[in-house]
Design a protein around this ligand. Structure first.
Ligand code: PNS
Length: 162
């Protein structure tokens, strides 16, 4: 049986840090599904449709094929995991604070369906990169080129620059 991983997140936007986690996860498991999740508590910079496209375009630009990208507009992550037959949820952690944040979610998800969560520790050279900092740069005319792939950069330019 192939081992299937789901890597979920808001990905608003998908950064080079996310790309690194996706690439490393795809080397560990037979199949990878990236789930772009709508968070009703957040107002995103990019729509769910745009975020899915940006993940797909970033993967294509990086030469990563065979990774499925799906949108989770509502509902529980564990239900999506059941639907796609996932064995594991993968999260990236940039710090102990991130692990603390993931801890209760991993426990609840395991209580709900038994699914395990695996946490990959970010590459040190990428551990300062976050979607929220990219959003701040984007909204204030900062240079995002080091932090996101070209497709994301282009959409940021289109949205925020004249
Ligand atoms: O990138 P984020 O915003 O930190 O990702 C958080 C996310 C989307 C993975 C989390 O909020 C989530 O799993 N949402 C789906 C709804 C759900 O299953 N909630 C219960 C989690 S215990």
């Amino acid at each position: 049986m192939p081992k299937i991983a789901v890597y979920p997140g808001s990905f608003d936007p998908f950064t080079v840090g996310h790309l690194d986690i996706a690439e490393r996860t795809s080397e560990l498991f037979d199949e990878l599904v990236i789930a772009v999740v709508h968070n009703p508590n957040k107002t995103p910079m990019f729509s769910l449709v745009d975020r899915v496209e940006l993940v797909e375009q970033t993967l294509a630009e990086a030469g990563l094929s065979g990774i499925r990208v799906v949108a989770l507009e509502s509902g529980l992550l564990v239900d999506l995991c059941t639907d796609v037959g996932a064995d594991v949820i993968v999260k990236g952690a940039r710090s102990a604070t991130d692990v603390d944040f993931e801890f209760p979610m991993a426990q609840i998800n395991r209580e709900l369906t038994g699914i395990e969560t695996a946490i990959l520790i970010s590459a040190p050279e990428l551990s300062h990169i976050s979607s929220s900092l990219v959003r701040q740069l984007a909204q204030n005319g900062g240079d995002v080129r080091k932090y996101v792939a070209k497709p994301v950069q282009k959409l940021i330019e289109k949205k925020f620059k004249n």
